[in-house]
Design a protein. Structure first.
Length: 177
């Protein structure tokens, strides 16, 4: 809405037909994340994925009226077990909404949370045989044949069972457990 100004502007009208044009760029506005979130604890599963529990995250400096929302993706900083582990917004977090194409997301200074990764309980499957022994005053037993397996380990994790065998008591007997 160009207009004329000045003491004599009332003596003129403005026509923009054939007026010169120019080009320039409009770049995306960078948004940062404010607010806070909480993350759920989890059992070890071999990856860093985390899930959100409470979310009051906000996008800082969006233009009024624009439809832009944050789609947060959370990760632990590493996959190992521990208490009070740091959870961050992953680079795969994204913007959504009708106006999201006008913005980019910066995670610099984004809020973090803490959560726990607890150890995964493994069960033992398969079978084994034990050697007979002469009474020696203790319950120690030795393995003869071993096809023991660990059930429900995560793919790619290097975990082996180091079995220690014992008789249920030290007294002599046949067919003892």
């Amino acid at each position: 809405s160009s207009s004329l100004a000045g003491a004599d502007s009332g003596n003129y009208t403005l026509s923009l037909v054939g007026a010169p044009t120019a080009t320039a760029d409009i770049t995306a506005k960078q948004l940062t994340v404010g607010g806070s979130f909480t993350a759920n604890n989890k059992e070890y599963d071999g990856n860093t994925n985390a899930t959100i529990n409470g979310n009051s995250l906000t996008l800082v400096t969006t233009n009024a009226g624009d439809a832009v929302t944050l789609t947060p993706v959370l990760v632990f900083t590493n996959k190992t077990i521990g208490s009070g582990k740091t959870v961050v917004l992953a680079p795969s977090s994204s913007l959504a909404g009708a106006d999201s194409g006008n913005y980019t997301l910066s995670l610099v200074g984004a809020p973090t949370a803490t959560a726990n990764i607890t150890a995964k309980e493994l069960t033992v499957g398969g079978s084994f045989t034990a050697n007979n022994k002469e009474y020696d005053g203790n319950t120690n037993a030795t393995i003869n044949g071993n096809s023991l397996t660990l059930v429900t380990t995560n793919a790619g994790d290097a975990v082996t069972l180091m079995p220690v065998l014992v008789f249920t008591n030290k007294t002599i007997g046949a067919g003892k457990t």
